[in-house]
Design a protein around this ligand. Structure first.
Ligand code: ZN
Length: 369
């Protein structure tokens, strides 16, 4: 099993095109041809984690945060990133980061957090708009099935937990081949009348060219009659955060205690004096999601669990919603565990381990008086 095979599998789930423009997810160090001896998963990669990888027989380190983020101009060992990258190269360790692309997908970072907190059947909290188009294409009846198949294979017709979605209707098409045409059917200068199907698909904007190539390839006509239509729809399987309900309402006091316990958080900060209120609808965003509290409130949630909230963020919460800050790493650790488990259940030829290195950048002093 090569590193490249694992990378391909990861990026089929969370394509790199879903990452933010400032991000640097993907294979950062290493050779895609290298054989995997073992994979170590960690929120952050540093030299300690790499040493742990070697000690535990792993030559791939998967991290959520990319160690090369703002770019590296030299490798002189003057920063953690420089030292980590140099160490990885010296010891033939591949470094891979899955960051905002895994924050953006249903089933990613926020979904792991949501499930860990007991949220049933979570949905994306901030479905991303502008990511879908519609393709309408007219096809002679006998070719409609082949064209639809080609479109599906290229990624068209995917809606939430469904794929191979399309709509067909039948009608009559006409065309008249002119001088210079090389028509699939018909005679130059004579109007041709054919039974055609109108096929409609949703297509992720990012896959437009891929779908176009596949459909045009499968289509028999020299000129393919079609339209690309911009959609205002948002897509249910892309976007930050997750929201859903607990099985039954609980007191806020209990919910906070559960969050602290499940996430291994030393301290949890929250924005209300009333710990006795009942809560059931919970929104979450793994990592720094405090700025999305408006979307959390709009999702109808009683509570918003995220991290890196500021003083005025706690002060200015929209009415009716409680902001809970569980800590950045604490909010993302469930994803690391789910990530490892997903890879483990797919690949059986190497071990997938979770780092035990305590490289938390933020620690809490517990004041017992
Ligand atoms: Zn993070």
């Amino acid at each position: 099993m090569t590193v490249g095979t694992l990378v391909k599998w990861l990026e089929e789930r969370a394509p790199l095109r879903y990452q933010e423009s400032y991000d640097n997810s993907g294979l950062l160090v290493g050779d895609a041809q290298m054989n995997i001896t073992g994979v170590l998963c960690s929120l952050d990669a540093d030299e300690d984690v790499l040493r742990e990888a070697i000690a535990r027989g792993c030559n791939v380190v998967l991290s959520h945060h990319p160690i090369i983020f703002k770019g590296l101009k030299r490798l002189t060992g003057s920063s953690v990133a420089e030292r980590t990258v140099a160490f990885a190269i010296r010891h033939d360790i591949a470094l891979y980061a899955g960051h905002t692309n895994w924050d953006s997908i249903a089933g990613g970072v926020s979904f792991s957090l949501a499930r860990r907190l007991g949220i049933q059947d979570p949905k994306v909290m901030m479905p991303r708009g502008g990511a879908l188009m519609q393709l309408v294409v007219y096809v002679p009846k006998d070719f409609a099935a082949d064209v639809a198949e080609a479109a599906f294979l290229a990624g068209a017709g995917h809606l939430g937990n469904y794929d191979e979605c399309h709509f067909t209707s039948e009608g009559t098409g006409t065309f008249r081949p002119l001088e210079g045409a090389n028509p699939f059917t018909g005679t130059k200068g004579v109007r041709e009348v054919t039974r055609e199907q109108r096929l409609e698909f949703v297509v992720p904007v990012a896959l437009k060219n891929q779908v176009r190539d596949a459909v045009w390839q499968a289509h028999p006509y020299e000129e393919v009659a079609h339209s690309w239509i911009s959609l205002d729809n948002s897509t249910s399987d892309l976007g930050y955060g997750a929201v859903g309900n607990l099985l039954k309402p609980v007191r806020l006091r209990e919910f906070i205690a559960r969050a602290a316990r499940e996430l291994g958080a030393d301290a949890v900060r929250y924005s209300t004096a009333n710990l006795e209120r009942m809560v059931q609808r919970i929104s979450v965003c793994g990592g720094s999601g405090a700025e999305f509290i408006g979307a959390a409130a709009a999702s109808g949630a009683d509570v918003y669990v995220t991290s890196d909230a500021k003083y005025h963020g706690f002060q200015d919460t929209p009415s009716g919603i409680v902001l809970i800050d569980v800590g950045h790493g604490e909010s993302e650790q469930p994803f690391i565990e789910d990530w490892a488990e997903a890879i483990r259940s797919e690949f059986v030829t190497f071990a997938v381990l979770i780092s035990g290195s305590d490289n938390r950048p933020v620690r809490t002093y517990l004041n017992h008086g």
